[in-house]
Design a protein around this ligand. Structure first.
Ligand code: GTP
Ligand code: MG
Length: 303
């Protein structure tokens, strides 16, 4: 950590933690990636894509923004995996400087309301009304924004689209005053605190989520079994773990087609991320009940 003495030419360093919180599928991870300027958190149109606390870092002039993406807080199921995801959200909220509460513009349902009740009273909360591009008539948003003002004393209201660069860029100016003056936590060019190995397992899980039906994601996970660097080439062997034999069949697909596609899309993205060749071997394993007990979850890397 370096903290030079501030001078008129060089303002004091700022650094702060910014939690990104909301119900599943509102676009939290899409927003994180846009803020960081690179994909550090996987996204999909399935709820509960994110399963871990994921840090994304962006340093703009003297200010270092440390964003923390969280699993979509969910209230419906109560298996160990869901309790674990919710605990992750609670843990993040306890030590942040400011919270981005993400909802879909024009919508505020019971799931959003439940998340709102969890947010700490004594921290600034910025309302992010995401997916603005999906709103047909902007004027319809005015009464909705008014109604949101009654729900909590939000520090800011920011309607935006996480998919529009200019919208996302505005956030840095808005958030900077909330960062305390203190030395940076990370190097200036850091993007995330997650390892390549973790990112690789997540990228495979993303392809799995995107290329399979709705029923699979909740009951599958990915583990890296082997990782070897041979000069420029990385040899990675990974297992997709599912609950049932039937799920295994769905992932493998007719003549192994689907698994091949998951592997090939993941490999291309990994090569891009690591800027080198990747040899990726994928297996599918059945471990029934892996998501049901805390003990199993720990074996699969859920802290
Ligand atoms: N139209 C539109 N779609 C968006 C926008 N932001 C995100 N999405 C889409 O919304 C879906 C969910 O995005 P994610 O970023 O995975 O959502 P999340 O809140 O992280 O979801 P969980 O991790 O499951 O809680 C994806 O299909 C995104 O492409 C946006 O600004 N406009
Ligand atoms: Mg997410």
């Amino acid at each position: 950590m370096n903290q030079p003495t501030p001078t008129p030419e060089a303002p004091a360093q700022r650094c702060g933690l910014i939690a990104i919180v909301g119900r599943p599928n509102v676009g939290k991870s899409t927003l994180l990636n846009a803020l960081v300027g690179q994909k550090v958190s996987i996204t999909s149109d399935k709820a509960q894509t994110t399963r871990h606390r994921i840090t994304g870092v962006r340093t703009v002039e003297e200010a270092q923004f440390v964003f923390v993406d969280t699993p979509g807080f969910q209230t419906r199921h109560n298996a160990a995996l869901n309790r674990n995801l919710n605990r992750t959200v609670h843990g993040v909220l306890s030590d942040v400087d400011v919270v981005l509460f993400v909802v879909e513009a024009g919508r505020f349902g019971i799931d959003d309301a439940k998340v709102l009740t969890l947010l700490p009273e004594d921290k600034p909360v910025v309302l992010i009304a995401n997916k603005l591009d999906a709103v047909q008539r902007r004027t319809d948003l005015v009464p909705w924004l008014k109604s949101m003002q009654d729900r909590r004393n939000f520090s800011e209201f920011v309607p935006l689209s996480a998919k529009k660069e200019a919208d996302v860029a505005r956030l840095f100016k808005i958030l900077k005053p909330y960062l305390p003056e203190q030395g940076w936590f990370y190097e200036e060019d850091a993007l995330t605190d997650r390892s390549e190995k973790f990112l690789a397992s997540e990228i495979i899980r993303e392809k799995l989520f995107r290329l399979t039906g709705d029923e699979l994601p909740y009951t599958s996970t990915v583990i890296i079994d082997k990782w070897e660097d041979e000069g420029e080439l990385r040899r990675i062997s990974a297992s997709i773990v599912v609950e049932r034999d039937a799920h295994k069949g769905m992932i493998i697909g007719q003549g192994g087609e689907r698994l091949k596609r998951i592997g090939s899309e993941a490999r291309q993205e990994l090569e891009h991320l690591m800027d080198g060749r990747v040899f990726l071997e994928l297996w599918v394993k059945v471990r029934s009940g892996w998501a049901d007990t805390e003990e199993h979850l720990r074996t699969y890397g859920y802290e």
